[in-house]
Design a protein around this ligand. Structure first.
Ligand SMILES: [Zn+2]
Length: 323
């Protein structure tokens, strides 16, 4: 099934049709290296709803839901759209692109009929229609990508993991701008502590700061990862459902080699777990943008580029350098 982008009063949203049962896991490697909306769409294809803030409606009510949305022509929305900085500008870009496509009077006609085709196919079964803020998925991308970067740059002997991972230093702390979505608030407690961790603060402007008064960058990196772990494990941290979507650990005693397994109760929790505890995988870095790439061990040479965009950029730079 395809994913679609619409505009709504909560901003641009993904609309996707998913199967009723099972939770096919999202490949954290694909999500963390999603450089533009197209990559983001591919990474989320067929995946269970990100969290309980996703809107999920049965097929019978699909048309009613779609009636409240304005289609965007993906070609116009996506042309030349990419994450301007690694993490911050995605929401703004979507909004400004959308404004442009409305002014040009785009109706997105064929796009809508593609969706209607998919709905017609899905209608017979128990499929579900999921509507999610694009910025929610951008946040999932930001956090998984940051986790991989920081882990990769925490390798023995590296002394500047925070700066190497795009954090900006000032005022004895390290800062990063995250995607602007209400979902982010649920990862902090009432005092604004991200993951409930002391010294890791989420501000109203969506910047996250990690206190680095003691222990320098390596200590700050560990603190950030601890906060991310706690946020994933106890998500959401606020409200009546506090912790309801986090991780749970299960022992599988029926297997000959019992081992502790983790299950994320939501896709977001599972993604955060998979990013932090990426068994059998190693982290390399894109030679163009520095994004972290999760590579399965023993699968040949690791990728040099995180995405097609970076591969093209490298080829362009190389071609220009020669001429
Ligand atoms: Zn790259």
């Amino acid at each position: 099934m395809r994913n679609f982008i619409f505009s709504s009063y909560i901003g641009p949203v993904f609309v996707r049709i998913i199967p009723p049962f099972g939770r096919p896991s999202c490949a954290v490697a694909d999500l963390a290296t999603a450089m533009d909306p197209t990559d983001l769409i591919e990474a989320t294809d067929g995946i269970a709803p990100l969290s309980s803030s996703s809107t999920v409606v049965p097929m019978a009510r699909a048309m009613e839901t779609l009636g409240s949305l304005v289609p965007c022509n993906p070609d116009e929305l996506f042309s030349a759209t990419r994450f301007a900085s690694m993490f911050s500008d995605v929401a703004y870009e979507f909004h400004s692109k959308y404004a442009l496509s409305r002014r040009s009077g785009s109706s997105g006609g064929s796009y809508t009929s593609d969706l209607l085709d998919d709905l017609a196919i899905a209608r017979g079964g128990d499929s579900l229609l999921v509507v999610e803020r694009i910025t929610d998925w951008a946040l999932a991308r930001d956090l998984t990508s940051l986790a991989l970067r920081v882990l990769g740059h925490l390798a023995p002997g590296k002394e500047t993991p925070m700066e190497d991972s795009c954090f900006v230093a000032y005022d004895n702390s390290y800062h990063i701008q995250l995607a602007d979505t209400p979902l982010l608030d649920l990862l902090a407690d009432e005092k604004g502590r991200f993951g409930g961790e002391d010294g890791v603060h989420l501000y109203d402007d969506r910047s996250l700061s990690i206190d680095a008064q003691i222990g320098g960058q390596r200590a700050a990196a560990a603190k950030f990862l601890r906060a991310l772990q706690a946020a994933g494990m106890r998500f959401p941290l606020k409200g009546d459902d506090a912790g309801a979507e986090g991780w749970e650990f299960t022992d599988d005693f029926s297997s000959p080699n019992p081992h502790l397994k983790c299950r994320g109760r939501s896709t977001l929790s599972q993604l955060l777990f998979d990013a932090i505890y990426h068994e059998d995988a190693r982290i390399t870095f894109c030679k163009v943008c520095g994004n972290a790439i999760l590579a399965r061990k023993g699968r040949g040479r690791p990728r040099d580029y995180c995405s097609e965009i970076c591969r093209d950029m490298w080829n362009d730079m190389f071609a220009n350098g020669k001429s």
